[in-house]
Each structure stands twice: as C-alpha cells, then as structure tokens.
Design a protein around this ligand. Structure first.
Ligand code: PHE
Length: 343
C-alpha cells in the first residue's frame, strides 16, 4: 500500500512547480501547454495523483482527496488569472495581432500663430486692454474712408484688395475695428483686436493673401506719444524678456499722425545682428501712431478733448522668428507632422 504521506509530498512538490511555471509563462500557448500537463484528462499530473488515491488506505482518502481538490482549484484560478494578464481573450480575435506596436493618438494642438496671438493678447490684457473682434467682410467706408483713406489711395486699389461686391470687401487690415469700437463705446477705450485680414499679395515665402493681425487702440483725455512708446516698450519686455527694447522709425499711415514703424530688438541675437534680423539687430513687427483727428471726427468724438494711439502688428512674423519657421507657407499647412511640434 502506498503511504499517504508520500502522496502528499508529491502533491506539494507538484503545486510548487506548477505555480512557478504559470508565473513564468509568457504566451497564452505556453500557458495552455501547462494547463494540459497539469489538469489534462489523460496525461495531467494532478489527474494522475487523484487516480492514485485508490492505492492508499480507505480512512486516509478523504483528507488527501480534499488536499488534492484544493490544489486543483488553486491552480485553475491561477491559470485563469495569468491568461487574463496575457490578454488571452483578445489574442483569439481573428485578425488582431497584439504584438504590433500601438498607434499614437493625435490629441490636436493649437496653431503656432494662435499661440502667439493668445500670448500677445494676454500681455495687453495685463496692461488693461480688452480683447474684441470685428467682421472680416467690411464696407469700403469702414475699411478706408472712415480711416481717413480716400478710395483713390493705392491701398484701396482693386489690384490690392478683394472686393466681394460693390463697396463690400474682405478687410485689408484690422483697423476698421477701431471705428466700430469707437462707435459702440465712449472713452476711455483700451482694446486689442486679433483677426484675419486679406490682401492680393502673391503666396510666397514671406507673403500670404490671408494673414493674422492684432490691432490696438487706446483713447482717453491726455493720451500722448509717451503713453504709446511706454506701452509698446513694456509690451516688448513682457513678451520677449526684460532686455528687449523697441525702436520707432518715422512712417506714414493716413489714420495716424505722427506715424511710426516699430521694431523690437532681435529676440534671437539680442541686437548684435544675425541671419533672422538680416544683420540689423531689429525685427519689424508693427505700425503705430497717434489717432488722426479726422478719424475722431468720423466717429463723433470731440477731437479737442480726446487723443489716442493705435498700433497694428503681425503675429505670424513673431511666430516665425520664435519657432524658427523660414517660410510663411508652412503656417498654412494642414500636416499634423508640422502642427504636432507645437503640442
Ligand atoms: N493698419 C496698418 C496696416 O495694416 C497698421 C497700423 C495700425 C498702423 C494702426 C498704425 C496704426 O499696415
């Protein structure tokens, strides 16, 4: 007669080995092989142990049978858990190869010019400006005449502007929103106006027929050129860093007097000259000036009482310098490989 103790030792050894083998299995096929070797009806090692129960004394059988059943259910549970870990369920779906690398999710990103617009508007918000918008289709009165620009001015020429119908055009700048703002509100006014503008420019490395501008307008009693200069100097420091400076060059716009082109010290070389600033140390980023009295008269403001300044800048230019984008046409690409660099 077999000794019960001998059978119990075999059972314990079997359980120990089986636990290790299940934990080590790395594929569902290997796991299935282990299950068959343990619990298979014909050759299974645990099955064999149960069969040998008949060889031991009758009074010892119940205790040993209970031990064998405990081992069997423990191992069955372990096999199930390990199978789930190895993704056994999905592995059996035809046509699904779980060994393939995962596909990256494209979460979406804001366009680099949008990032710069938001940043610029936040800086002006911190200086007390409110963000407003205006329509992209305008009348020639808002786009030109109210801004002291006669229709025979070159900027109003058919060749430079997209006319939608007689007297209606795609705005060639965001300045008409100066007029709309002054018609809707009384001073004091401080607004920034981001938005698209349209010009019949060739689509090349540095021009596009549709591009973003940010307009600024401040009107109150006693606003002077000093306020304009201080505001833009502080803007440059907040956007580009403490060492950034601005430079004003005399210029002309029909709706401001005096007018200036405003340059910011090159954010790449700090003013010493590099290829981005073409060796000048300066980046041209906006036009600006004091609001022309004729513009105030066109909106019914008292030009004796109020003064103001206005500016208009190109955020695409800032984005190109900041992110090292050499060709403006890249900004119009829908290719996610371009956009995802800014995510
Ligand atoms: N509207 C001008 C342009 O598009 C820029 C500008 C705005 C200049 C406001 C002065 C004041 O070129």
């Amino acid at each position: 007669m077999k000794q019960a103790s001998e059978l119990l030792r075999d059972l314990e050894a079997l359980e120990r080995e089986a636990r290790a083998a299940i934990a080590d299995a790395t594929t569902t096929d290997a796991l299935e092989g282990i299950r068959i070797r343990l619990l298979g009806r014909k050759e299974g090692r645990l099955t064999a142990v149960l069969r040998r129960l008949g060889e031991i004394a009758v009074e010892e059988r119940p205790a040993l049978g209970a031990a064998a059943n405990r081992v069997k259910s423990a191992l069955t549970e372990l096999l199930g858990a390990r199978a789930a870990e190895l993704g056994a369920g999905a592995a059996r779906v035809p046509g699904v190869d779980l060994t393939l690398p995962g596909r990256d999710q494209w979460a979406g990103a804001r366009h680099p010019v949008t990032l710069v617009i938001d940043e610029i508007c936040r800086v002006f918000q911190s200086l007390g400006f409110t963000r407003v918008r205006g329509p992209e289709a305008e009348t020639d009165w808002y786009n030109f005449i109210s801004l002291n620009t006669p229709l025979d001015h070159p900027a109003a020429d058919l060749h430079d502007t997209f006319y939608v119908s007689d007297g209606i055009l795609l705005r060639s700048h965001t300045s008409p929103v100066q007029i709309r703002t002054m018609q809707a509100f009384q001073p004091p006014i401080r607004v920034v106006v981001p938005g698209l503008v349209y010009r019949r420019d060739p689509f090349d490395a540095s021009h596009a027929p549709a591009f973003e501008q940010i307009e600024g307008l401040a009107v109150d009693q006693g606003v002077s050129f000093v306020d304009l200069k201080a505001t833009l100097a502080e803007f440059a420091r907040r956007l580009f860093g403490r060492r950034a400076t601005v430079r004003f060059r005399p210029s002309f716009f029909p709706f401001t007097e005096p007018s200036a082109e405003v340059d910011v010290s090159c954010i790449l070389c700090g003013g010493s000259g590099c290829s981005t600033c073409k060796g000048t140390g300066w980046l041209e980023i906006m036009g600006a000036g004091m609001v022309h009295p004729a513009v105030f008269e066109n909106v019914g403001y008292d030009a004796e009482r109020y003064t103001g300044f206005a500016f208009g800048m190109g955020p695409a230019r800032v984005a190109m310098v900041r992110y090292g984008i050499a060709d403006i046409r890249m900004l119009y690409e829908a290719d996610v490989r371009f956009l995802e660099q800014f995510a």
